[in-house]
Design a protein around this ligand. Structure first.
Ligand code: PLP
Ligand code: COI
Length: 341
């Protein structure tokens, strides 16, 4: 057992194949025991429900190596619950929570040499996913499903070095006006790709989605929720039923209140009021919390002055506290950290 010899500090957010993955199969109304596999490939029929009708959901969480050499993961119970909610929305059988947590722990343990060293800025990304497996041609849910977990070591999702991001607001929506961003399903992400390409081709890091009905309210980006800091140091975060209920956001709200003594408001946030905020950050498992420097809304430029010196920002305090908890440097609230033994 030895940590792999990779240049961890140079790692971006990409796929690197690791040694083991987990698979369980659902057939005749029940999940089988599940097991670790070495083959990263999945063979399925051309008519598999996932290929035809995008019946697939996924999750994302990370494992970290702590300063004292333990391997831990962060709130996998919440990923299990959210995946079950997403599955229910797409008429898929939920994977049981206790089995989900056990499978995450087993998969990370099997790939422990791929968990990056403490202090390298990298972590092991864990991607549980589930999909309709058998052949379906009429529009109905599948009868058989596969639940899998892959792991891949990753560096930062956005630019290295906490550099402020630049976003734009396009007129492209992800979904129908009722929004479907609150489930973590493949089809939502496919629907966000056009906006992603719009932003990238114009030199921006991300697109900021607004509410599909009125385009006046802030929603989220393709892979993260928003947090704003007011000039009097309150945390404000958008309330919307069509954004993904981010586990990082829920954790940061707790950190802001209980560790940093800040006031937090979850409310509708209008694009028109963005210029009043001091700071803006994107939060998520992949994004952690990444500062945003400016947003271009069509011909309007919105600047966040607090992000000019990100190292002195409230965003950075939130980042340091959350990652300190995740990597065992700061005492975590009860039940947040699961040790991989
Ligand atoms: N919003 C979207 C669309 C996402 O894909 C993610 C990432 O999972 C998030 C928000 C952040 O959620 P979490 O903090 O649970 O990773
Ligand atoms: C995550 O943060 O886990 C995500 O799913 C974001 C993105 C990689 C889709």
């Amino acid at each position: 057992m030895a940590i792999k010899n990779l240049d961890w500090s140079k790692l971006g957010f990409g796929y690197i194949q690791t040694d083991y993955r987990y698979e369980a199969h659902y057939k005749d109304g029940k999940w089988d025991e599940g097991k670790l596999l070495t083959d990263p490939n999945i063979v399925m029929n051309e008519c598999a429900c996932v290929l035809q009708y995008a019946q697939t959901v996924f999750e994302g969480l990370k494992a970290y190596r702590t300063e004292d050499g333990r391997i831990v993961t962060f709130r996998p119970d919440l990923n299990a619950e959210r995946m079950a909610d997403s599955a229910e929305t797409l008429v898929m059988p939920p994977y049981p929570k206790d089995k989900f947590i056990e499978a995450v722990i087993k998969t990370v343990k099997a790939n422990e040499d791929w968990v990056p060293p403490f202090g390298s800025g990298a972590s092991l990304y864990i991607r549980p996913f589930m999909f309709g497996y058998d052949s379906i041609i009429g529009v109905t849910p599948a009868n058989e499903y596969k639940f899998r977990i892959l792991t891949t070591p990753v560096g930062p999702y956005f630019k290295l070095g906490f550099k402020p991001l630049q976003l734009c607001v396009s007129d492209l929506n992800r979904a129908a006006p009722n929004g479907t961003g609150h489930i973590k399903a493949g089809l939502n992400y496919a629907m966000s790709l056009r906006a992603h390409e719009f932003a990238h081709s114009r030199g921006f890091d991300e697109n900021m989605f607004t509410d599909p009905a009125t385009s006046t309210k802030v929603e989220e980006t393709g892979g993260a929720n928003f947090l704003f800091i007011t000039k009097d140091n309150k945390v404000v975060t958008p309330k919307s039923s069509s954004i993904l209920p981010s586990i990082t956001r829920r954790s940061l709200i707790y950190v802001a209140k209980e560790y940093l003594g800040m006031e937090v408001e979850e409310r509708e946030v209008f694009v028109e009021e963005l210029a009043d905020f001091k700071e803006c950050g994107l939060c998520g498992t992949a994004a952690v919390i990444s500062p945003v420097g400016k947003i271009i809304d069509h011909d309007k430029l919105i600047m966040f002055p607090g992000s000019e010196h990100p190292e002195d920002s409230v965003t950075n305090k939130l980042y340091q506290t959350l990652t300190g908890i995740q990597m065992g440097k700061i005492e975590a609230p009860e039940g947040w950290i699961y040790e991989i033994k």
